[in-house]
Design a protein around this ligand. Sequence first.
Ligand SMILES: [Zn+2]
Length: 102
Amino acid sequence: MLKGVDLSLFTYTLRLPKKDLRILIGLLTGDVDLNRHLTLMKVRSGPLCPLCQQEEERAFHLLARCDTISLTRLNHLGLYCIEYKDLYNIRRSFLKASGRFL
Ligand SMILES: [Zn+2]
C-alpha cells in the first residue's frame, strides 16, 4: 500500500528513459510483455514462464520467485527469492539481466 509521495522516487521515475518507464508501469499494472498478459491479449498461446515452465509468467513470479533466474537475482539483489516488501529494491540491472525486457 502506498504511504505517500516519495519525492526522490518520483524524481527518479520521471528521469527514467521512456522504455524503462514503460516497463516499470507495466510491472506495476500487469500490462507488461510477459506471457500471462500476452496470452490474455491473444498474442501468445500459453501463460507459462518460458524460463522455468512451472508457473504463469506474471510480474511477481519473474521478479521474485522464478527459480531459473535465482542466481541472477542473488547477483543483482542479494537474495535468491524476494518478498513483496522487497520489490521496492528491484534494480534495472536485474530486469535487463533477466533477459525478459530487452
Ligand atoms: Zn519462471
